[in-house]
Design a protein around this ligand. Structure first.
Ligand code: PBG
Ligand code: ZN
Length: 326
């Protein structure tokens, strides 16, 4: 049979496949999340997330020293604390475990470790919501100065990058203005621009002890039926001064990542979230799939859709096992 086009020619040998591969992943653009909590000598594995821990500052610094030896040098910190109240006082407190961790890590590593930190109130409010409650409602505008103060305290402690994940309107602008007013001109804002209300955050909420006591997050996180609204959020975050724009979760939202790629010059990040990680671990542990192959396929899909930066809990495993990612 005569055919002028045979796409299978490119699939014939490993070297030919390598030659024509379009998408490659580098660990240079992956960020590992960590959970830091109060106390000393605490290190508790998180249910549903094997290999991921909630740890006190002393333990966290040791873990990061070990991970650094593997080549891991970009991290995102999340705070976990028992200290919760109506106005999220713990969020912008300089005894906050995240602030203490950043100071230690920056003393120890300086610019050899890229440190980013989450900016959100849900770990610090008694309601577990990402903004503060006034008269029974999540109050957007009352939350803004608290978020901005939290970002300021993190930046002052030496954080390279702050990541607002609260989804209040105007928060990127409020944070940028506060940072500028304090001459913190070098702090990167990685905005959770299109953060959807997702069931894939399940394991994280246990990790961060941040599940809302009542209700859900649909009043501020995006509705997964909506696509163009993500572009509206993108435009606003760009105007307000974001440096990096993020889509979250990643795998069920590849269309949104791809929309971002066609509509922004900014670097695009995607958050490969806790539930996506847990699903991989479940399949791998029950022998239904090879873990490395799953991780490679998932991260490549996220990269192919248009994200250059990926926040992923898999990074430590990738480095530890020396998985080749291309
Ligand atoms: C808090 C926050 C969440 C995640 C990152 N920041 C959870 C949520 O919104 O409930 C999710 C991360 C993950 O699932 O890995 N605002
Ligand atoms: Zn939150």
């Amino acid at each position: 049979m005569e055919m002028s086009n045979r796409p299978r020619r490119f699939r014939r040998t490993p070297l030919i496949r390598e030659l024509v591969a379009q998408t490659k992943i580098s660990t240079d653009q992956l960020i590992q999340p960590y959970f830091v909590t109060d106390g000393e000598g605490v290190k508790v594995e998180i249910g549903g997330m094997p290999g991921i821990y909630r740890e006190s500052v002393d333990s966290l610094v040791k873990s990061i020293e070990e991970d650094y030896k593997l080549g891991l040098n970009k991290i995102m910190l999340f705070g976990v604390t028992e200290r919760k109240d109506a106005m999220a006082a713990g969020a912008a407190d300089d005894k906050n475990p995240v602030v203490l961790a950043i100071r230690k890590l920056k003393d120890r590593f300086g610019e050899d470790l890229f440190v980013s930190a989450d900016v959100c109130l849900c770990a610090y409010t008694d309601t577990g919501h990402c903004g503060v409650t006034v008269d029974g409602e999540i109050d957007n505008d009352t939350s803004l100065p608290i978020l901005a103060r939290m970002a300021l305290v993190l930046a002052q402690s030496g954080c390279d990058c702050v990541g607002p994940s609260d989804m209040m309107d105007g928060r990127v602008g409020a944070i940028r203005e506060t940072l500028e007013a304090h001459d913190l001109t070098g702090t990167i804002i990685m905005a959770y621009t299109a953060k959807y209300a997702s069931s894939y955050y399940g394991p994280f909420r246990e990790a961060a002890a941040s599940a809302p006591g009542k209700g859900d997050r649909k009043g501020y996180q995006m509705d997964f039926r909506n696509r163009t609204e993500a572009l509206r959020e993108l435009m606003l975050d760009e105007e307000e001064g974001a440096d990096i724009v993020m889509v979250k979760p990643a795998l069920a939202y590849l269309d949104i990542i791809s929309d971002f790629q066609r509509n922004t010059e900014l670097p695009i990040a995607a958050y490969n979230v806790s539930g996506e990680y847990a699903a991989v671990k479940l399949m791998a542990r029950s022998g239904q799939a090879d873990e490395k192959s799953l991780v490679l396929e998932n991260l490549t899909a996220i990269r192919r859709a248009g994200a250059s930066i990926i926040l992923t809990y898999h990074l430590r495993d990738i480095l530890k096992n020396e998985w080749r990612l291309s």
